[in-house]
Design a protein around this ligand. Structure first.
Ligand code: 8YV
Length: 306
């Protein structure tokens, strides 16, 4: 809560006792709050929005705002904002980490070394895959996709991307990246990274057909939203060796992670921690405090998503 300190002078701030407000805390305050800080994993229902008679601002603590019905909020005259800037670099960093871990089997080796059976020593028994010289296909070339491209370029990877919009020639040149169709990306990439928001168009963008279209040596990385992938179909593709591995930070029904994935040593898993660093959480809190300040001063120009 440190990052919210700057707000206390002008606002009465209600800090939840846990990670998010309990039902009891919500009951107590919902009818009197002017702003709510919402957080992924705690959907803000329309019924709750209806009850928040004084609500003017929903400041979402994160870049993805699929936990809020933003059109409904707009109809009610409520502004919704997000926090893109502070999450860009740490999320790309985790995507890069999952990519390296999946390709170089860091998770598998780490687990084996600590297991009672231990790891088989000797390089030939532990062969993995080099990223250098390989092709990274980025689906969603927004800020996080571009931050990942910068990192991948430094690793000596080639970059193709799929995006609604074409990037400017300058930016394409900077990342030496080429825009391709989803079909071409899936066929040519050694690593496919998902960096799109979750929308009706991207829901289950990756399923059985897409995994079949990928190289069977390829890996998929997801630091976006679990439902961009059809999870049972990913599990089947990994089992049937249609793809070689996965690095996942997000899941379809968080915080649940399917047992099958937990049992697979070709899946490197983290529990939705793309922005879970000390620095990032503090920066996100400061960022959202500034948004709230500016909104009530009437000077907020950016970060409004509805
Ligand atoms: C979570 C994220 O919102 O920015 C996003 O979209 O997924 C994360 O930052 C955050 O971790 C929830 O506390």
């Amino acid at each position: 809560s440190d990052g919210f300190d700057s707000l206390s002078d002008q606002f009465q701030v209600i800090i939840p006792k846990g990670d998010a407000m309990s039902e009891k805390e919500i009951e107590e305050h919902i009818e009197t709050v002017d702003a709510i800080v919402s957080v992924f994993g705690h959907a803000l229902s329309n019924q709750l929005i209806d009850r928040a008679k004084k609500l003017k601002l929903i400041a979402n603590f994160g870049v993805g705002y699929d936990n809020i019905d933003i059109d409904y909020a707009r109809k009610k005259g409520i502004t919704v904002t997000n926090t893109p800037d502070p999450v860009t670099e740490p999320t790309a960093e985790l995507a890069m980490g999952l990519m390296v871990a999946a390709a170089r089997q860091i998770g598998k080796m780490n687990n084996q070394l600590r297991s009672p059976e231990g790891v088989q020593t000797g390089v030939m028994k532990n062969l993995s895959t080099t990223l250098y010289g390989k092709t990274l296909g980025i689906i969603g070339m927004g800020a996080i996709g571009q931050a990942l491209a910068r990192r991948a370029l430094a690793f000596g990877m080639h970059i193709v991307y799929h995006n609604r919009k074409q990037l400017s020639p300058d930016i394409e040149e900077e990342y030496q990246a080429t825009k391709v169709s989803l079909e071409v990306l899936l066929k040519s990439a050694d690593v496919v990274s998902l960096n799109t928001p979750l929308t009706p168009e991207t829901h289950h963008l990756m399923g059985a057909a897409q995994f079949k279209a990928m190289k069977n040596t390829a890996i998929v990385i997801n630091t976006a939203r679990g439902s961009v992938i059809n999870e049972p179909e990913l599990i089947a593709a990994l089992k049937n060796k249609e793809i070689a591995g996965a690095g996942l930070d997000v899941y379809e029904n968080e915080p649940h992670i399917p047992k099958e994935l937990l049992a697979m040593d070709n899946a490197v898993l983290t529990p939705h921690v793309g922005t879970a660093t000390q620095e990032t959480r503090e920066e996100m809190s400061r960022f959202i405090s500034d948004i709230i300040d500016q909104f009530f001063l009437g000077t907020l120009k950016k970060y409004i998503v509805n």
